[in-house]
Design a protein. Structure first.
Length: 516
């Protein structure tokens, strides 16, 4: 409904149809929650921007639909990790392979998927259109936002100049690092800048690089850092970090990048350039992810160094966390307190992502003189493995704060996805719009108290699905092999675990969030 004095009631309005907004749309539409998705741009971006999809994000795609995960796996390059290349001031080359090794991640997807952000977003939009007949509304900007009477009032401006007043219960700001909604609401950000560093991207054809195994390359030397990554479509993503006082703004990209590539590779030549950008890196983190019934997600909430390729992944993981909670509250399956957990969980994760990205930035992009000896020492010490576990998204935790009452054991950790005795992935049992009560035993049959509680759960909580595993592997059992009950959320994070037949903790979790 358009017109300056017209209104419409809507459960959810999503502003911004990038990676975060599109994943949130998928989470709502598959749960039958009415919403709108608008974006001020006239159409989708055709710039590659982020080029990495991490293991945790592929797990999210599989949780939405295994077919969606397969679409990405079919399109992207499967990268096993990073090769570290170092050249000293005498021109002597050293290679550490693997430097960052993703092949041992505890996930069904121990890899880095190389895939341009424009293609990532288009794949998500295609899925939305084919499966649900839904498309974003392009050329629609959100001009004003205000929290009013337990809801939100937003003024939308369409490309043809008409205005629309929208009344919605919740508004999600996925409108990027320069979020006008965050600015309008006066939500403060903490931040800093890498003023001493200039970054450049170049998407270009390269000839003569051995990329048969799709390894990515970190190339380091005195005064430079260069990432070289093969991309689907026959081109490479080059990312360069230079000290600001050595970066020549007038030098052509081919000259700047070519001089450094020649130090690390032999016989490489340049072809057609697809895209070039130059920028300064910054760190920003919103002090709160919620104001009334307006939520920040993605770059509107956090911005950090591109090191580690976590930005787009973290944005989509925000949406995955928020989507099921919005759906439960809109459907009156849970109270509003459940939505407070979004910021309580995702802001600490945002801090962890910033710390990891900043650590990689300092280590590789600005600590260009680490040298091959130090790199090998870090690989052998396990430092690199810990780093890979973090940036893959598998190692982040969103634990409740110490002030929150009734926190439960392991609450806020990712449920591991390991193989069951049947050979299938554990996550195959956790699909669907449910909280899952997973009862695990190795005795072939659950004890009577466990069985009685599961029957009660199935009768009283329609949004809970019970899963019994009678030949459970060690990771699902107690410390001494005893039966164990796990409460797993729809986003595959843990709500809690207990090996005691006393199940009061599950009821306390439901009471805390008014789940009915």
């Amino acid at each position: 409904v358009r017109g300056g004095d017209m209104t419409m009631n809507l459960p959810v309005l999503i502003v911004g149809a990038g990676a975060a907004g599109t994943v949130l749309a998928l989470e709502l539409i598959r749960r039958d929650i009415p919403f709108r998705l608008v974006d001020r741009l006239p159409g989708p971006s055709n710039r590659s921007r982020a080029v990495t999809i991490h293991a945790r994000t592929i797990e999210i795609f599989e949780a939405i639909d295994p077919e969606l995960a397969q679409r990405f796996l079919h399109r992207g390059y499967h990268c096993p990790g990073y090769v570290m290349r170092y050249v000293d001031e005498q021109g002597q080359r050293s290679v550490v392979k693997p430097g960052l090794d993703l092949r041992h991640l505890e996930s069904a997807y121990p890899l880095l998927l190389l895939h341009g952000q424009d293609e990532t977003e288009q794949t998500l939009r295609n899925y939305l259109l084919e499966k649900f007949g839904f498309s974003p509304e392009w050329g629609v900007s959100c001009e004003t936002v205000s929290n009013e009477d337990g809801g939100v009032v937003a003024e939308l401006l369409h490309a043809d100049g008409t205005k629309e007043i929208v009344e919605c219960r919740y508004l999600i700001a996925c409108d990027g690092a320069r979020s006008s909604i965050r600015t309008q609401l006066g939500l403060a950000q903490e931040g800093s800048d890498y003023a001493e560093t200039v970054l450049q991207n170049l998407d270009v054809e390269l000839h003569g690089v051995d990329d048969s195994e799709y390894w990515a390359n970190y190339c380091m030397g005195h005064g430079h850092f260069l990432m070289v990554v093969p991309m689907p479509g026959g081109y490479y993503r080059l990312l360069m970090s230079q000290p600001a006082d050595k970066a020549d703004a007038d030098a052509t990209p081919h000259h700047v990048f070519g001089d450094i590539i020649d130090q690390h590779f032999d016989g490489v030549t340049f072809g057609e350039t697809r895209w070039h950008s130059r920028w300064g890196s910054m760190i920003r983190l919103a002090n709160t992810y919620r104001s009334g019934n307006v939520f920040l997600a993605g770059d509107a909430a956090h911005v950090h160094s591109t090191a580690g390729g976590q930005g787009m992944n973290c944005c989509m993981q925000d949406a995955f966390n928020l989507g099921w909670k919005l759906a439960m509250v809109v459907r009156s399956d849970a109270g509003d307190a459940l939505l407070d957990t979004y910021g309580h969980e995702r802001r600490p994760v945002g801090e962890q992502v910033i710390q990891a990205a900043s650590g990689i930035h300092e280590l590789f992009m600005t600590g260009r003189n680490a040298g091959p000896k130090k790199l090998r020492e870090m690989v052998q010490s396990g430092v690199m493995d810990a780093l890979v576990h973090k940036v893959s998204g598998l190692g982040y935790a969103c634990k409740p704060s110490a002030e929150e009452p009734d926190c439960l054991p392991l609450e806020g950790e990712r449920m591991p996805d390991l193989l069951l005795a049947s050979g299938e992935s554990f996550y195959t049992l956790l699909r669907g719009d449910y909280l899952h009560l997973v009862a695990a035993t190795r005795s072939g049959a659950l004890s009577a108290p466990f069985s009685a509680f599961l029957q009660e759960a199935q009768g009283n909580w329609p949004f809970v699905r019970v899963v019994e595993i009678t030949d459970a592997p060690d990771f699902l059992l107690g410390e001494h092999g005893e039966d164990c009950l796990w409460l797993v959320r729809p986003d595959t994070w843990l709500a809690g675990r207990s090996c005691s037949p006393e199940m009061a903790w599950v009821r306390k979790w439901f009471i805390r969030f008014a789940l009915t």
